[in-house]
Design a protein around this ligand. Structure first.
Ligand code: HEC
Ligand code: HEC
Length: 203
């Protein structure tokens, strides 16, 4: 399979670099000692090798912590993940958040036969979908898909299948979020698959 990287328009990256990165409140070194149980699913250093499980490496500081709180409180529900968050203390959550934010996100590649679909996804990621007034994804997730701390998650380097699943969960309302629900609701399953493929392999 040909390995293709999807580049970014250089000017846009420079613009995003101006937004100051938020500092994670936790202790990344302490966090490294608290992720032994997470490795089984999220991979070594938070680089997932299973399409069902999200990578956590290189996630924007604050986002992993926010999701752990959501799983712990029941606001976000998943039969596999929810019980993992329950025993974590506030300090554990802050340290784990800092640890994953400090790891390098993986680079994903797509096959040559997937380029056409990824280009369709690119148009929506960068330009939105006007017929249904869907905003460009990059406005919040960044031109390179690197996210904006602490609220807007990194999407690039993430498992495409995971991104697709989450967008479908937002679409159906199974995962609740005031911004993402209406966006995903207006996208077709095909558009969701195309965008997930594109942004996953974005550099
Ligand atoms: C048995 C497998 C398993 C283990 C062990 C596990 N997780 Fe998860 N995790 C999942 C699954 C599955 C999801 C996706 C849930 C969904 O679809 O909403 C997830 C999602 C997450 C998310 C949300 C990511 C995102 O992009 O929104 C975070 C954060 C997370 N896990 C952190 C952890 C931490 C920290 C640990 C260790 C304390 C851990 N997980 C242990 C399976 C696991
Ligand atoms: C106005 C800002 C905004 C726009 C525009 C936006 N998003 Fe999001 N997105 C968010 C926020 C905030 C979250 C975090 C949700 C949470 O905290 O649970 C999110 C979460 C996500 C997630 C879940 C990531 C994960 O790790 O679980 C995916 C996938 C996603 N967005 C894809 C998209 C796509 C594709 C588009 C364009 C069609 C888009 N978003 C447009 C704000 C936005």
């Amino acid at each position: 399979m040909m390995r293709i990287r999807l580049g970014v328009i250089p000017g846009l990256v420079a613009a995003l670099a101006l937004t100051a990165p938020a500092q994670a409140a936790g202790d990344a070194e302490a966090g490294a000692g608290k992720v032994a149980t997470c490795v089984a699913c999220h991979g070594q250093g938070g680089v997932s090798t299973n399409p069902e499980y999200p990578s956590l490496a290189g996630q924007v500081p604050g986002y992993v912590g926010k999701q752990l709180h959501a799983f712990k409180s029941g606001k976000r529900q998943n039969p596999v993940m929810s019980p993992m968050a329950v025993p974590l203390s506030e300090e554990d959550i802050a340290d784990i958040d800092a640890y994953y934010a400090a790891q390098e996100a993986p680079q994903r590649f797509i096959g040559e036969e997937q380029v056409e679909a990824a280009r369709r996804g690119e148009r929506i990621y960068r330009g939105g979908y006007r017929p249904f007034s869907v905003a460009a994804c990059m406005g919040c997730h960044g031109p390179g898909g690197h996210g904006i701390p602490p609220h807007y998650p990194r999407l690039s380097g993430q498992q495409a299948a995971y991104l697709e699943n989450q967008l479908l969960a937002f679409k159906s309302g199974e995962r609740e979020h005031d911004i993402m629900n209406p966006i995903a609701f207006k996208l077709s399953r095909e558009q969701i698959r195309d965008i997930a493929l594109y942004v996953s392999a974005l550099e």
